[in-house]
Design a protein around this ligand. Structure first.
Ligand SMILES: OC[C@H]1NNC[C@@H](O)[C@@H]1O
Ligand SMILES: [Ca+2]
Length: 450
């Protein structure tokens, strides 16, 4: 039996880790920064598990130099992070806070000095509170507010940043922040959710349009995709699955890539679905250099007339391992997702901009390395899935593990640990997990160590 050929990735494949500003930086109001909706949300009793806030979290705002050195020691050739809008524009528009801009410029320069390509996300959920006071994502003007902020960043950093992202996971903001109210700004309103979603995408389009005026590099959109599988072949379950797929996986990709919304959304939102002017869709549909895909899990869907607003619910797959968030470990879903994007949207260049898992890790670490075999297994199977999709023609250009550190997991607070590096939140000591060593070997061997 001949040994299967070793898995090898292209020479210029990006290998990185992903983080976001509010989740790792701490010091949310330092050096003139304006508060974000997440600063307000986490300081509102009852909103975040155990009353956790990201006032300190990984203290990356003050430890960024040694953190970049840690990334270098792992052999990362890229690093995906986000900019806190309120550090740069404390009121969201107008006055620029030089100290905020300087922080990100120094971070980019250090990354480049260590041979690490920055991939910079402009919005990863931490909207300046001052803009939320003016309606936030419910105000059509936000498209221009966002383009103004994006332009400030492009002018300062496009000579060094080769990969830009407008938004991270707009679905999560609209669904969590406006439909179900479990994320900032905590609204629960079926009439607000599609408007927030639409204005998020208009902001995306306006920022890409602004980029094309001066930008010389690449810009894209990052979406979370959770492939939906019908629990049975019944008409009801298949229709429910189509609704779920339209609501999460197509509602953002299709206006961005096709300039249209899936028909199923009229059924999902009913009278709450607005009629949008064609000019809006023309603004949203801007040529992109890549799509970022964040993949964690799949959903098996059945019809459920009692569930709101989708009339669909997921069926637990007890035959597979699950993460602490209740998400099924299902690597085949990543292959299916990447081939779906290839076949449905013309094989655009794709980066896996997030992939990772939160399994129970002991909160304290005794020895030099924390053993996390379940996460090693998860990463091995999902990186292999990426390679499988590439062998079948998908144009995948890079992979970012979520996350470099354990960090503030939104409404879950610090209870969920996704890091390949353990974070002790009292001492702020960083400790490599065996998944960090594993990932480091995969990068060094360009895949052969899988
Ligand atoms: O839930 C894990 C991650 N998912 N995507 C967005 C990130 O901010 C989350 O921490
Ligand atoms: Ca360049």
């Amino acid at each position: 039996m001949t040994k299967p050929a070793p898995i090898l990735f292209p020479k210029d494949f990006l290998w990185g880790c992903a983080t976001s500003a509010y989740q790792i930086e701490g010091s949310p109001l330092a050096d003139g920064a304006g508060p974000s909706v997440w600063h307000r949300f986490s300081h509102t009793p009852g909103r975040v598990q155990d009353g956790d806030t990201a006032d300190v979290t990984c203290d990356h705002y003050r430890r960024w130099e040694s953190d970049v050195d840690l990334m270098h020691s792992l052999g990362l050739n890229s690093y995906r992070f986000s900019i806190a809008w309120g550090r740069v524009l404390p009121e969201g528009t107008g006055r620029i806070n030089a100290a905020g801009l300087d922080f990100y410029e120094r971070l980019v320069d250090r990354l480049l000095s260590r041979g690490i390509q920055p991939m910079v996300t402009l919005f990863h959920w931490d909207l300046p509170a001052a803009l939320d006071d003016r309606g936030g994502w419910l105000n059509r003007d936000i498209a221009q507010w966002f383009a103004e902020y994006a332009d400030v960043m492009f002018r300062r950093l496009d000579d060094r940043v080769n990969y830009w992202t407008t938004l991270n996971e707009p679905w999560v903001v609209a669904d969590g922040g406006y439909m179900h109210g479990v994320l900032a700004p905590g609204h629960r309103n079926i009439f607000e959710a599609p408007r927030a979603a639409h204005h998020l995408m208009m902001a995306h389009g306006a920022a890409v349009q602004a980029y094309r005026a001066t930008g010389r590099n690449k810009i894209g959109l990052v979406v979370n995709i959770e492939p939906k599988y019908a629990a049975s072949q019944s008409d009801a379950d298949c229709a429910a699955t189509r609704r779920a797929e339209a609501y999460m996986n197509r509602q953002y990709l299709e206006p961005a890539l096709l300039g249209s919304y899936p028909e199923e959304l009229h059924e999902v939102f009913g009278e709450a679905w607005p009629q949008w002017p064609a000019a809006d869709l023309r603004l949203i549909k801007q040529p992109l250099d890549y799509i970022g895909v964040n993949y964690y899990t799949r959903a098996v869907v059945r019809s459920d007339p009692t569930s709101w607003p989708l009339k669909a619910t997921t069926v637990k797959q007890k035959q597979h391992t699950h993460m602490e968030t209740g998400w099924e470990v299902y690597p085949q879903g990543l292959v299916d997702t990447l081939l779906w994007i290839k076949d449905q949207y013309g094989n655009p260049p794709v980066y896996i901009t997030e992939n990772g898992a939160c399994f129970f890790d002991p909160p304290q670490v005794e020895g030099p390395v924390l053993e996390d075999p379940l996460r090693v297994d998860y990463l091995r199977k999902h990186i292999t899935a990426v390679h499988t999709a590439m062998q079948r023609g998908a144009d995948i250009r890079g992979y970012f593990a979520w996350s470099l550190f354990d960090n503030f997991e939104w409404a879950f607070g610090f209870s969920k640990r996704f890091g390949i590096v353990h974070m002790n939140y009292e001492t702020l000591k960083r400790t490599l997990k065996s998944s960090a060593h594993f990932y480091s070997k995969v990068i060094a061997s360009n895949g052969a160590a899988l």
